[in-house]
Design a protein around this ligand. Structure first.
Ligand code: PLP
Length: 425
């Protein structure tokens, strides 16, 4: 087979055919036989406003007729300047360094953090902390701070050691009310504090997925953990890197997840939804303080990292169009109405074999109590047969639909999921 597919044991396609997609419109993907599939996972969490969104398309087309690409070393262009100013306003982090994939944004944050400490005379700060079950991408540096066994174990001999802190994922707590979610988060933060008290002199940064550990199976936690992590990292002079690659751009209900804890990290990594799911683009944003530590007559004190397509004008124009939609359509407010509607529907879901039903913003998940060893695969395939694209992570079923999903489409997604549970669990 000419195409080697991602995240796939290719041999499974001896029995499970690939699904060729011919077109997309709104939340729907259509194959060559005219079958439609509701994209309940936003095409791996990237699509925000549906497929074939006219305004993003127009923006890319207009940019395409002016300038498709120019290198960003020594040159600049309008979309990258505008986008950087907008992102700076939104995050309060005024310096944007671009790449094309989420994993590259992680690499940049890790290298920049280490280089900052080196530039200010503390090169011994060269280690990183992350959370248990974290996911930050799969290039070698990013994989070093990722903690998902199936992606990581094989490559262990290639990776840098990093240390994982207990996860505040509320599924690991004993009890289930909101108050204890906060208490549980505080308890987890104590481990971070104890660790940093002892080891801060060699730690450059703590990298974290704010509010939802998505790849871990949508593990959600209380914002209090972020608040405490910010305080503890500041106290011990350790950078806090917020990996908002999956949760940024309104996914958790606020534009960025960190807003819910009212914190400002030292770095934010963004990608996925940034272009509305149209073109690859990622960015690492940081503070004046970090930026200034690189600003010098000496070349080697500068951040010499680069990627060929850094700041690509077409991708930046898609990102600008995406941000414009947030303003024009009052997206976050409209999403709150959709969230309420779905939660209302879910309040009538009972006597199903599920636990830990959870929601933040436009993400829902639950864990299925099943003895079916093939649950993940069965659910996925049967879902497609019913016209619903969901991709469970282990026994966790989640919905992360494009924000443009309508009430009828929501009803279809929920009812079909319910039917699938009856068949597959
Ligand atoms: C997807 C993801 C990444 C990696 O992004 P890629 O574009 O797939 O390299 C990193 N961190 C988080 C939290 C992600 O969800």
């Amino acid at each position: 087979m000419a195409v080697w597919h991602p995240c796939t044991q290719m041999k499974v396609h001896e029995t499970l055919p690939l699904l060729p997609i011919a077109s997309g419109e709104g939340v729907w993907l259509t194959d060559f036989e005219g079958n439609r599939y509701l994209d309940g996972v936003s095409s791996w969490w990237v699509n925000l406003f549906g497929h074939n969104e006219p305004r993003i398309k127009t923006a890319i087309n207009e940019q395409l007729s002016k300038l498709e690409h120019v290198m960003l070393a020594g040159f600049t262009h309008e979309p990258v300047v505008q986008l950087s100013e907008k992102l700076g306003e939104l995050t309060q982090l005024g310096h944007c360094f671009y790449a094309s994939d989420g994993a590259s944004a992680t690499e940049i944050a890790l290298k920049m953090s280490f280089h900052y400490w080196r530039n200010i005379g503390q090169p011994e700060k060269n280690q990183f902390l992350s959370l248990k079950n974290s996911y930050h991408g799969e290039t070698i540096g990013a994989l070093s701070v990722t903690d998902v066994a199936i992606f990581k174990d094989t490559y262990a001999p290639l990776l840098r050691q990093s240390v994982q802190m207990p996860s505040p994922d509320f599924r690991f707590a004993e009890t289930g009310d909101d108050r204890s979610a906060e208490t549980f988060a505080l308890g987890c933060a104590n481990f971070l504090e104890t660790y940093l008290k002892e080891n801060h002199s060699k730690i450059a940064a703590f990298i974290i997925e704010p509010l939802i550990q998505c790849a871990a199976g949508m593990g959600m936690y209380d914002p209090m953990y972020l608040k405490r992590a910010r305080e503890i990292c500041s106290q011990y002079q350790v950078h806090l890197i917020a990996d908002e690659i999956a949760v940024g751009f309104g996914r958790t209900g606020t534009m960025f997840a960190c807003e819910q804890a009212n914190i400002k990290p030292d770095f934010i990594c963004l990608s996925k939804g940034i272009t509305g799911g149209y073109l690859p683009l990622s960015v690492t944003l940081t503070t004046d303080e970090v930026y200034e530590a690189f600003y010098d007559d000496s070349v080697s004190r500068g951040f010499l990292h680069s990627h060929s397509y850094t700041g690509n004008p077409l991708a930046c124009s898609a990102a600008l169009a995406t941000l414009a939609i947030f303003e024009k359509d009052d997206v976050l407010r409209k999403n709150r109405t959709k969230t309420e509607y779905i939660n209302q529907q879910l309040s009538t879901w009972d006597s199903l074999p599920i636990e830990h039903l959870r929601n933040k913003g436009m993400v829902w998940a639950f864990d299925v109590k099943t003895k079916n060893k093939e649950f993940q695969q069965n659910f996925y395939q049967q879902g497609l047969a019913q016209g619903l694209l969901l991709r469970p992570i282990g026994n966790t079923v989640y919905w992360m639909p494009p924000y443009v999903i309508s009430q009828d489409e929501i009803d279809f997604m929920l009812n079909t999921t319910k039917q699938l549970l009856a068949v597959c669990a």
